[in-house]
Every structure is written in structure tokens, then in C-alpha cells.
Design a protein around this ligand. Sequence first.
Ligand SMILES: Cc1cc2nc3c(=O)[nH]c(=O)nc-3n(C[C@H](O)[C@H](O)[C@H](O)COP(=O)(O)OP(=O)(O)OC[C@H]3O[C@@H](n4cnc5c(N)ncnc54)[C@H](O)[C@@H]3O)c2cc1C
Length: 399
Amino acid sequence: MRTCGTTSVSAPGSDVLVIGGGVIGLVTAWRAAQRGMDVTVADPDPGGGAAGVAAGMLAAVTELHYGEETLLGLNLASAHRYPAFVAELEEASGRDTGFRACGTLAVALDSDDRAHLRELHALQGRSGLESAWLSGRECRRLEPMLAPGVRGGLRVDGDHQVDPRRLAAALLTACERAGVTLLRTEARRLSVDGGRAAGALLGDGTEFAADRVVLAAGSLSGRLAGLPPEAVPPVRPVKGQVLRLTVPPARAPFLSRTVRAVVRGGHVYLVPRENGELVVGATSEELGWDTTVTAGGVYELLRDAHELVPGITELPLTETRAGLRPASPDNAPLLGPTALPGLLLATGHHRNGVLLTPVTGDAMAQVLATGELPEVARPFTPDRFAPASAAPVPQEQPV
Ligand SMILES: Cc1cc2nc3c(=O)[nH]c(=O)nc-3n(C[C@H](O)[C@H](O)[C@H](O)COP(=O)(O)OP(=O)(O)OC[C@H]3O[C@@H](n4cnc5c(N)ncnc54)[C@H](O)[C@@H]3O)c2cc1C
């Protein structure tokens, strides 16, 4: 509890209120608490969100897309932080994150796929990234379960994986141990007082006061009531369906690294965990907040994964789920201050939110502590989407 403003009424509050306890909200809270801030997270289901569905590929190199070279810098900065980040988080939480430095193999099934992969290889080379071109035979030597028809592939030794569910659970424990207050309730409305964010009205009817509010509500970030129009983040949900299969001990190791391909224009990947789980994903669908698992989605994933690795049809299918990626117009996150003083964003991480967890935590803690984002995060401020009319008006020059 703290005393708010000049009134003598004691209201619940803290330095920082984080709305949303997915991996992005939790890492922000943990890092801010480590810097001595008094932090509260509001979320009806902290540690859930998209990380409950995500595959956990840390794919800075294999996810490189034309036009996303700026995002590449942030992705690489986060990928490089991962080993030290998980070591610190595991120490702080006493929990395993399932981080696995296993690398990735991106393969081609026909000549069109091979041409596409060759282009990706050239782009990676121009961007100074390490990847090695392999023949189909070399791919199968690395991964004997691959289909005989695989025509070639790219070996990317630096694209690893983490288990997003364990990562979220570890962040939750680390937050608790660092003194973060977890309120298992939603933020219903942002409170604005004197032209600045001042906290939020919570689901239980409490007015919670805070000096700064970080909006990290994933795909729901733009739906929070009370946001002034100029501070509404342009974030939308992109649905992804994912399957989980189990590799029985007698069939292990089924795959030793992440295997991925573009089949009929759609991306399919298989991510093998050390505990025998094999994640097969993912669809990409613009269907609003729908999270139905459909027969068509499951069929397409199994069909495409089967073309890559025929043996998967013998494995038990243990789970089917759909989740929502928080996507922004340029596929990059929105980090830092908004047009509303006191309100910051940490959202829009789209298909790379697990990868971007370490760098986001560092960037958000720094901007909360000093008012300045680190260099690597500066291209991702929310004002890049501000309408021209909202841009600062240039000073009149004397004629
Ligand atoms: C199918 C799929 C596969 C993916 N694969 C990968 C991958 O391989 N690698 C990778 O890096 N990323 C992957 N991602 C992306 C990654 O999962 C997301 O970018 C990341 O989890 C987003 O985290 P977040 O905390 O921003 O949002 P979320 O995980 O959506 O969390 C938002 C939280 O906010 C809470 N919330 C919402 N509204 C409110 C409110 N009003 N008040 C309080 N709380 C609220 C929700 O309960 C939720 O817990 C994948 C995503 C999907 C769906």
C-alpha cells in the first residue's frame, strides 16, 4: 500500500504496474524489480498467454525475412543473450527452462523450395549470418528420419530452442522471489489523471495507482479501455495452431535439432525437446480472437510434417492447441514510451516473443529506470506508427 497524491486515503499502488503477465510482462517486471523498483503485475492468468502454445524456436537466422533487417538486429541481440539469461533465470527461480543449444536445419522438398532456401542463404550471407548449405544426403546424415526426397538444406548452428511453458513458469517464480506483487485479476480500464497514466481499475473494482504503467497484454493490448486514441497500440491477433506429439524412449533420438521447411507456401517445423515432446507447428491465420483448433489446421500440419519426416505418424498425438501472436504492422515489437506520459508499451512481438524475451526485459527495465531505451531498442518505439498529424510540429523559422 502507498499513499497516493496529496489525499490522506491509502490506496493500493506501486512504482510500476505491468498489465499482462505473459513472458513479456513477466520479464519486464522481473528486470525492473531487480533494479529496485516496486512492481505489480495484473493478469488473471499470469504465466499463460501465447507462451503456453509457442514452439520456442530462437530462430534469429532462419526467421530472417526480406525487409526485416532492423528487426534482425534486435533478434540477434536477444539470441546472444539467451545462454546467460537462462542461466541467471534458472538460478533465480530454481527451475529448468528447457533451453537447448541444438541448432536448426531448414530443408527443401522440391526445386522451388530449394531456390527459396538458396535465396535465404544468400540474404543470410549478405547480413553476416552463419549458415551452411548441405546436400539432401548431408541433411539425412544429420537427421536420418528425414524423407528421402529432401533436396538440400541450410544448417544453422546458432538457432536454438527453449520450452516457453517452462520459461514462463521460471519467470513467474523469479518475479515472486524478486518481490514483484502478482494480482490475479484483469485491468479493466487505464486510469488517466492530469494528462498522464496513473494506474488502472482492476477486475475486482480496486483503483490501483502507479507512477508508470507498462501495457504488455499481448494481442489484447489495443483493447484496454481508457487508452487515449493516440496511445492505442496497433496490435492484432494472428492465430497459430500447434500439435504436440510424444517420442517414446525406444524411438529416441527421433530428431536431434529443430527441422523446418516451407511446404506448399506454408511454414512447418518440428521442435524436439529433451523430454521427448515433439512440437509441430504452426498455422498462421488472421481470424481475430478465435482460438478453435480445427480439423483442417491439424490435417495440414500433419500432412506437411509427414512429408518432411514420414515417421511422425507413428507417434502418439498428445495435444492440439491454438494461440494468438501479438502482431504489429511491421512484425516488430513496440517498446517504450507512448504519447501518453507515464504509459509504456511492451507488446507486438508477433512470432518472436520468446526469442525477444531477454532483450525486452533489459530494454524495458532501462527505460523505466533512466527514461532512455538502449540503442538496440530505439528503432522500436511506438511513435513510428504515429499519424503524421500527431508528429511534433516543427518550429517556425524566421524568414
Ligand atoms: C502458435 C505460436 C507459435 C509461436 N512460436 C514461437 C517461437 O517458436 N518462437 C518465438 O520466439 N515466439 C513464438 N511465438 C510468439 C510468442 O509466443 C509471443 O510473441 C509471446 O508469447 C508474446 O508474449 P506476450 O507476453 O507479449 O503476450 P501474451 O503471451 O499474449 O500474454 C499477454 C498476457 O496479458 C494478459 N492480459 C490480456 N489482457 C489483459 C488485461 N486487460 N489485464 C490483465 N492482463 C491481461 C493475458 O492473460 C496474457 O497472460 C509463437 C506464438 C504462437 C501463437
